[in-house]
Ligand binder design. Structure first.
Ligand code: FAD
Length: 595
């Protein structure tokens, strides 16, 4: 497998569309410029392609193993992790007060894309640490921050997110893990967590678990949940790592993909834990981490889609098979490269146009995660936070679905060879499949969008985004260069606006109908958002001549004509399909109903 980090496309989007000054104008980023950003991205790309990609297939073949109570990561992971830490890649956007580099979160997200493309299993050891670090920074006491954060940021210790239990995944209100207060202010934690990413491993001397649990006597449901920091090893007063806490690794899961990642069952047996944030407000604290993770999981999907597409294109250019329609590249040959077959070209272009549109979505959202913390005025910060809140389920669901469809299409381009291990496509198919599932399934994202985000603050989030889009479309309507782009984008926007009205009504009047169309609505929302962003990208380069600009315009038109029409069907299903869904109860689904 090969990988070329898409640094040019990332820089294109930042420089030619969003404007680098939107980032460098923010307090704390004054010293940053395009050259520095490009340099860091190129370094990250080099690291991922040269250190992580070569150990991806072995990581998959060998997997993480639990041996005599100790978890061993796959060959090469320890060495790669050491280099990762030495390169400073664990501390990109963390607080300089605790040893972080204080660089944009946008940069972190772009590096995330490269890491996921080259080795998602490896990336996961570092990913949860990043989110856990931000959670500790945002909600833990000064004492906990001082004691844990510098080591987490430096990559000496990693972090986890311990939510899921055997009987509860999506519905965290059901969780049973208990926390019993102790006289010294700590808590005794008892319970079992499953599916914990990087729950145990041999990369670092300590692991910091962030655990959801219910304090004795706390109310049932999600209002009785608190967050605790539970170290795998105790930390002594002088900061050194002490003996083991009572956290036992019960087993590692045998998984479809990301086999190099240790997904652990953890037993907390009177383990010592420390409260993070307020008692019974643990979900609020945990959402600091979950919101970052949701965007990151979307970006994982983007990375996998990118590497799948790159390799499929390479293969399609080299593999000669059958005669393509005229004009053929070399009529003297008995067969033509696959890429000359329109069906193959269509598959590649569906991937490419969605990946580059999807990257615009990812980078736009990522920029707003910086703006929401650093924009000068409170109004700008609030507006940016609204954009991030609204687009988080879109980024998570659209890009993770894209990972699955793109890796399947790439596998298809390889034909039978795509089914064979050595080409790497079947690993991408397996590895990508987790992204629509973890970090809140894509159905859960859709419910968040429909039942929360659409009506949040009286619908202000959606209304503000829609008015910006409407103003843009109106202004861009007369641009001749945007022919074939603005028309379809505006039509999709009309469908989305209509479907939004319909869904808002249903949320008030018919909960089942609203939920029954949530996933389709989310997809309509995502496809339309990407269309608008594609149109904005192309509008930003209007009048510019040159191959890269012309290529972008052609890709945008392809997206509008070959991908966006799906919104016609989605609109119909959303606005007209509710009755037919309601016809079925659980019994009639079985097909075993007698006359
Ligand atoms: C490899 C891997 C790594 C993971 N890493 C972690 C981790 O680090 N930390 C952690 O805490 N967890 C982790 N998880 C758990 C993961 O987040 C859960 O599996 C996921 O949230 C879904 O929960 P569940 O498996 O219990 O499915 P369920 O909640 O039982 O859901 C099953 C199906 O029903 C749907 N569903 C459930 N409720 C609703 C609803 N209200 N409306 C519509 N549909 C609904 C879901 O979308 C899904 O399709 C990991 C899982 C895996 C497989």
């Amino acid at each position: 497998m090969k990988y070329q980090a898409p640094v040019d496309d990332m820089m294109f989007l930042i420089e030619e569309w969003l404007g680098i000054e939107r980032l460098t104008g923010l307090p704390g980023f004054e010293d940053l410029d395009s050259d520095a950003l490009r340099f860091m991205l190129e370094e990250a790309g080099r690291f991922c392609a040269s250190e992580l990609l070569p150990i991806n297939a072995t990581g998959d073949a060998v997997g993480a193993v639990l041996d005599s109570g100790e978890v061993r990561t796959p060959p090469g992971f320890r060495e790669a992790y050491r280099k990762f830490v030495e390169g400073g890649w664990t501390s990109i956007d963390s607080d300089p007060e605790y040893g972080g580099q204080g660089l944009p979160r946008l940069l972190q997200f772009m590096v995330d894309e490269m890491l996921a493309a080259c080795n998602l299993a490896f990336k996961l050891y570092t990913e949860l640490s990043h989110g856990a670090g931000h959670l500790v920074a945002a909600s833990a006491s000064e004492d906990l921050r001082r004691r844990y954060l510098p080591n987490m940021i430096a990559g000496r210790w990693t972090g986890t997110m311990c939510l899921t239990e055997p009987h509860c995944g999506t519905d965290l209100g059901l969780l049973n893990t208990r926390a019993t207060p102790q006289p010294d202010g700590s808590y005794r934690i008892n319970g079992t967590k499953i599916f914990i990413t990087s729950g145990d491993h041999d990369l670092t001397e300590n692991i910091v678990h962030l655990v959801l649990a219910r304090v004795d006597g706390a109310p049932a449901g999600s209002h009785g949940i608190s967050t605790f920091l539970v170290p795998r090893n105790h930390v002594r007063e002088d900061g050194s790592v002490g003996e083991r806490n009572s956290v036992k690794t019960g087993s590692l899961e045998h998984k479809m993909g990301i086999r190099g990642s240790a997904t652990a069952m953890l037993h907390f047996e009177d383990a010592t834990g420390y409260l993070v944030g307020e008692e019974n407000r643990g979900l609020v604290a945990m959402f600091t981490m979950m919101n970052i993770e949701r965007i990151t999981v979307g970006i994982q999907g983007l990375g996998i889609a990118e590497i799948a597409c790159q390799n499929a294109l390479d293969y399609a250019c080299e593999r000669l098979q059958s005669r393509a329609p005229e004009p053929r590249p070399d009529p003297s040959k008995r067969a033509d490269p696959l890429v000359y077959h329109p069906e193959i070209r269509r598959m590649l272009l569906r991937m490419r146009s969605q990946i580059e549109g999807g990257r615009a979505l990812a980078i736009y959202t990522a920029l707003h995660t910086d703006l929401m913390h650093r924009a000068p005025s409170p109004e700008e910060r609030k507006g940016a936070a609204d954009t991030v809140a609204l687009l988080t389920p879109i980024v998570k669901s659209y890009l993770s679905d894209l990972a699955v469809t793109s890796s399947l299409s790439a596998q298809q381009v390889f034909g039978g060879h795509g089914y064979i291990r050595e080409w790497g496509m079947e690993q991408l198919v397996r590895d990508s499949r987790i992204t629509p599932i973890y970090e809140g399934t894509n159905e859960v994202q859709a419910l968040d969008l429909v039942t929360r985000k659409l009506s949040l603050d009286g619908g202000r989030l959606v209304d503000a985004e829609f008015s910006r889009w409407a103003r843009f479309l109106e202004a861009a309507r007369k641009d001749r260069e945007l022919e074939g782009i603005i028309g379809p984008a505006a039509a999709a926007f009309e469908r989305l606006a209509d479907a939004t009205g319909c869904m808002r009504q249903r949320v008030l009047e018919d909960d089942a109908a609203a939920r029954g169309a949530a996933t389709e609505f989310q997809r309509l929302f995502a496809l339309t958002t990407v269309a608008i962003l594609w149109a904005q990208v192309v509008a930003a380069i209007s009048g510019k001549q040159g191959e890269i600009y012309e290529r972008k315009r052609k890709l945008a038109r392809f997206y509008m004509s070959h991908v966006l029409p799906e919104t016609i069907a989605l609109h119909k299903v959303i606005t007209e399909g509710a009755e037919d869904l309601a016809e079925f109860d659980a019994a009639s689904l079985t097909g075993q109903v007698r006359a």
